[in-house]
Design a protein around this ligand. Structure first.
Ligand code: PXP
Length: 247
């Protein structure tokens, strides 16, 4: 059965809007776990626009499920991860001007640097996931540099403006997942997933973990965090019999 890791960055976004103390992502993480989340994801950005170093340190102490730290593949971030020791690191590309992570890592182009960082992190007992576009060369190179997981970028599928584009993107994701499965890579997925499009992507039963943030926090503002997480948990842990329906 698939797992849900709740990305709580936007709780911190709200706090940083006033540079104050509320809402506290540490409290949000506890509520998400009580509501059935299997993990907590945070992205420590180089510009510290939402999650702060203090959050990472405290969450390492308080998260009882699995802490996934998203971060840029830089020496500064790798050193922080080596000190904090999250359960998993997801390496992502990062541009200061972007609203959110825009594309996957180019593992092929940055193979040497990523390979060194994957090795450093793995040697200290942290599992490493690479956030990549659904592209076979990216999957193969992620395997060659011995990543534990790939996180397949679902953003283009989520943002597709018509059924044909969505179906094409879905096929790309499916092909990437199959290739990653053959190479025995662990498979996560995320970006832009919501309470509607998760129903289709869930049919790819090889996906082990979904990382979902914005849609859950957006719903939480209206219905409460506990309920918003629980509703997504119910969708992600949908009965396997439902998944047997044709793709
Ligand atoms: N996975 C990665 C690697 C991300 O960078 C993000 C956004 O922080 C997510 C998943 C979650 O995306 P969303 O907030 O659109 O659910």
């Amino acid at each position: 059965m698939a797992r849900l890791s709740v990305n709580i960055d936007h709780i911190a976004t709200l706090r940083q809007a006033r540079l104050g103390k509320e809402p506290d992502p540490v409290a949000a993480a506890s509520i998400a776990e009580l509501a059935g989340a299997d993990g907590i994801t945070i992205h420590l950005r180089e510009d510290r626009r939402h999650i702060q170093d203090r959050d990472v340190r405290i969450l390492r102490e308080t998260v009882k499920t699995k802490l996934n730290l998203e971060m840029a593949a830089t020496d500064e971030m790798v050193n922080i991860a080596l000190e904090i020791k999250p359960d998993m690191v997801t390496l992502v590309p990062e541009k200061r001007a972007e609203l959110t992570t825009e594309g996957g890592l180019d593992v092929v182009l940055n193979r040497e640097n990523l390979s060194r960082q994957v090795e450093l992190l793995k040697n200290s007992g942290i599992s490493v996931s690479l956030f990549i576009n659904p592209d076979l060369d990216q999957v193969k190179t992620s395997h060659r540099i011995e990543a534990d997981y790939v996180e397949i970028h679902t953003g283009r599928f989520a943002d597709a403006i018509n059924k044909k584009d969505a179906d094409d993107e879905f096929e790309r994701i499916l092909d990437a997942v199959k290739a990653a499965g053959k190479l025995r890579l662990g498979i996560n997925a995320g970006h832009g997933l919501n309470y509607i499009n998760i129903k289709k992507i869930m049919k790819i039963s090889e996906i082990e973990e979904f990382s979902i943030g914005h849609s859950i926090i957006a719903r939480a503002v209206l219905v409460g965090l506990e309920r918003a997480v629980r509703e997504m948990v119910d969708l992600v842990k949908v009965n396997q019999a439902v998944l047997k329906q044709p793709l």
